[in-house]
Design a protein around this ligand. Structure first.
Ligand code: NAD
Length: 359
């Protein structure tokens, strides 16, 4: 029996409800495939602020570092919105990424046939869309120095941020993307703004050099403005996309919305081999529906599937969870956020029970 240590970070709002469902399905798939998950729950976000005064206690980071993978739900809520920036729940996320060296963010956006009408685009445009956006997470303009708001000699204020990438940063995210493309259909599109930005020229050059090591992956390049247009015009042309922090932030949200349903979208954040990755839904803590058994747990369950596939290298177990999601959707079960006429409305718990039955 293979044994895995998993850190659970339920966080705030709907976090504990959806994470309970993910733990139940992981245990069930573990029974089926002789995998044993040992879960340790730790504090993060608003819950950590209430208990300890900070959004990411040292003890939490230590527990995460000592595990095989981290399954995070969501953090934040109205209660903590007025705290100074450095003490906001969201700071915990940045601290976790930095503390574990998570430089690669993987966000799949695939349209499920059962939910095609939830997309704001026409059926023929989105049918069959299956995209993976690989975003650099710890560099680029969000972290570059100098940054700040400075006063000039004339007393006018200037806001400054710096977009910077070193070759080694481009190379390591490039490798993650080429490997991901290899596991999928073998097509990778690198997105930059090299017609205007030198940092993007370096990015394009390094990615092109790297492609010599991955002859089985077909590489293309797009400028970010064109990539945004193409995502909405003809999204099926994309398989894997790799891009920097700022462009990835925007394009991954655009790609996500092709699928039309925030409660369905998982993500993975990975560091160097051997360090635990963090797997979490794309959505937030949904304080408006917290504690009402209305949350859709599927994004959390699909995040658990990504943990199995990319964090623990257990693709068969990942397939089981993804298949269970397909089965419950085929059977017509829908939480409020993905409800449509003629389907069976269920709450978070009942969706969890349907998933267990499907497994
Ligand atoms: P949100 O994603 O929490 O909610 C947006 C809307 O989507 C809400 O109407 C919510 O009810 C709905 N929704 C979200 N997830 C759902 C689910 N699983 N099932 C059904 N409906 C769902 O975004 P927001 O309202 O902008 O933010 C709420 C809080 O979450 C804020 O404090 C924000 O800072 C935080 N947040 C956290 C993360 C994170 O933990 N990674 C990400 C985004 C926002």
């Amino acid at each position: 029996m293979t044994n895995y240590q998993i850190t659970l970070l339920p966080g705030d709002g709907i976090g504990p409800e959806i994470l309970d469902v993910a733990v139940a399905v992981l245990n069930r798939v573990g029974e089926k495939l002789a995998l044993q998950f040992e879960f340790k729950t730790a504090l993060m976000g608003g819950a950590a602020i209430d208990a300890t005064g900070v959004p990411l206690p040292d003890e939490t980071l230590e527990i995460c570092r000592n595990s095989d993978a981290v399954l995070l739900a969501a953090i934040g809520g109205y209660k903590w919105d007025t705290l100074p920036n450095s003490l906001r729940p969201e700071r915990g996320l940045l601290g976790l990424r930095a503390g574990l060296g998570l430089f690669a963010n993987l966000r799949p956006a695939s349209i499920l046939p059962q939910l095609i009408d939830a997309s704001s685009l026409k059926r023929e445009v989105v049918e069959g869309v299956d995209i993976m956006v690989v975003r650099e997470l710890t560099g680029g303009i969000y972290f570059g120095q100098p940054r700040g708001i400075f006063e000039t000699e004339t007393g006018e204020k200037r806001g400054v941020n710096t977009m910077v990438y070193s070759e080694s940063e481009v190379e390591r995210i490039g490798r993650v993307a080429f490997e991901a493309a290899r596991k999928r259909s073998g097509r990778l599109c690198s997105v930059d703004k090299s017609n205007v930005l030198e940092v993007s020229q370096l990015w394009r050059d390094r990615i092109t050099q790297l492609s010599a090591e991955y002859p089985d992956v077909e590489l293309s390049h797009l400028y970010v403005d064109n990539a945004a247009m193409q995502l909405l015009r003809a999204p099926k042309q994309f398989d894997t996309i790799v891009t920097g922090n700022l462009f990835g932030d925007i394009l991954s949200d655009a790609a996500a919305m092709l699928t039309g349903s925030i409660g369905m979208l998982p993500s993975a954040s990975l560091g160097v081999a051997g360090t635990p990755g963090v797997f979490e839904p794309v959505h937030g803590s949904a304080p408006d529906i917290a504690g009402q058994d209305k949350a859709n747990p599927i994004a959390q369950v699909l995040s658990a599937a990504m943990m199995l596939r990319y964090g623990l290298n257990e693709p068969t177990a990942a397939d089981c969870l993804e298949q269970a999601v397909q089965t419950v959707l085929d059977a017509g079960y829908r939480t409020g956020d993905i409800m449509s006429v003629g389907m069976k409305p269920v709450g978070c718990q009942a969706m969890g029970e349907a998933l267990l039955a499907a497994l």
